[in-house]
Design a protein around this ligand. Structure first.
Ligand SMILES: Nc1ncnc2c1ncn2[C@@H]1O[C@H](COP(=O)(O)OP(=O)(O)OP(=O)(O)O)[C@@H](O)[C@H]1O
Ligand code: SF4
Ligand SMILES: [Mg+2]
Length: 354
């Protein structure tokens, strides 16, 4: 049985909507609305879903960059949201984040050495002052950059190199968990593969656990051991990479996968694309019952009333977690399997954006 390093239970984050002259609270944006999952030691858990479904908010909650409205988070046996002061500072070392945009997340006026060494100013006990330069150079080397570049500024690097700098900063304090919020989404497809390969290498070498957030289904499949699919602040389906991609039982996952282009022309007409009706409803006013019912091709009366639980449901070969009253496997014509490839064939051009 795999051991959990991070366990989230019923995480909720509502943002108040203020209106009128008095700026009273007139509603709530339910960005994350009851998400539970476990991250196992050494694994990568991918999180996918359309824009606005709450992925980044979830990432910030896992780092405690924001306080939750309710719910709990246990890291290595410690209740994260109950920690204060020194205990919380210590915890912060263990859970780090890498952001999407390597262009804006690095301070243009600081040298690479200062940027990567910044976490040591906050946690001076990790590396003594006189050893910092050496440590930063080691980190540069670890992420495939030249230690001589320590005095350069961010604008002197390419996008992929800048993301390597972001990763070096993320691992500077020897964290146990790295939250990666769309770490390769802003990069060219060819560069994405290099950065993903680097992340896999670092995971093996440093024994890291990743939460890998993205809207690109192929990239997530490539790197993840397990995958969670989010819809409007809730988890629709979660399971092993293979279960979610080959035997999805939730209509939303099936629709997302059916939109992935099929590169093999002989298979193309065999696949029936499920077109989702309409836009994602507002998280300020999510639909009753199953949140997906307004767009679901299988919706029935029950779906408008009863919230489907995220529980183990049969998927044809075994069972995995799905939040649908009528969960059932549906044949998915697979696209190129990039899971074993070092660089994606033809790029992740089948890099279907959700
Ligand atoms: N600080 C905030 N105040 C108010 N609403 C917010 C705040 N942060 C996020 N939201 C809202 O919460 C919802 C979820 O946003 P979030 O950024 O988590 O989505 P996402 O899945 O990361 O989207 P994307 O794929 O576009 O990055 C959105 O409706 C967003 O507008
Ligand atoms: S519970 Fe109903 S609306 Fe929701 S995904 Fe399942 S069939 Fe569709
Ligand atoms: Mg986001």
């Amino acid at each position: 049985m795999a051991e959990a390093i991070l366990s989230a239970t019923d995480l909720v984050k509502h943002y108040p909507i203020r209106g009128g002259v008095l700026r009273r609270t007139v509603g709530q944006v339910k960005a994350v609305d009851g998400v539970s999952f476990e991250l196992y030691k050494g694994e990568t858990l991918g999180i996918v879903g359309e824009s606005g479904c709450g992925k980044s908010t979830l990432g910030r909650l896992l780092m405690r960059l924001e306080e939750p409205t309710s719910g709990s988070l246990i890291f290595d046996g410690v209740d994260v949201y109950k920690q204060r002061g020194r205990a919380m500072r210590k915890l912060r070392r263990d859970i780090q984040i890498v952001f999407q945009d390597p262009y804006t997340s690095l301070n243009p006026r600081k040298t690479v050495g200062d940027i990567i060494g910044e976490p040591f100013d906050i946690h001076p006990d990790v590396v003594p002052k006189q050893g910092r330069r050496r440590k930063v150079q080691e980190l540069l080397e670890l992420v495939g950059l030249s230690p001589e570049h320590i005095n350069r500024y961010p604008h002197q690097f390419s996008g992929g190199q800048r993301q390597r700098i972001g990763i070096a900063r993320g691992i500077a304090l020897n964290p146990k968990v790295l939250i990666c919020d769309e770490p390769v989404s802003a990069l060219d497809v060819s560069v994405q593969a290099q950065v993903v390969n680097l992340m896999e290498k670092l995971q093996d070498e440093l024994g890291l656990s990743y939460v890998f957030i993205a809207h690109d289904l192929s990239v997530v499949r490539h790197i993840s051991d397990r995958v969670g699919v989010m819809y409007l602040g809730k988890m629709a389906e979660i399971g092993d990479e293979d279960e979610v991609y080959s035997r999805p039982t939730h209509p939303y996952t099936q629709a997302l996968l059916s939109a992935v282009p099929v590169p093999d022309p002989t298979l193309r007409n065999k696949r029936e694309q499920i077109v989702l009706q309409g836009d994602v409803p507002s998280p300020a006013n999510p639909p009753s019952g199953c949140r997906f019912h307004t767009r679901c091709f299988k919706a029935q009366e029950k779906c408008k009333v009863d919230v489907p639980e995220l529980i183990l449901r049969p998927d044809g070969a075994g069972e995995h977690f799905s939040a649908c009253h009528f969960a059932a496997p549906r044949e998915i014509i697979e696209t190129i399997d990039v899971s074993g490839a070092a660089t994606p064939a033809g790029g992740w051009a089948a890099a279907e954006q959700v």
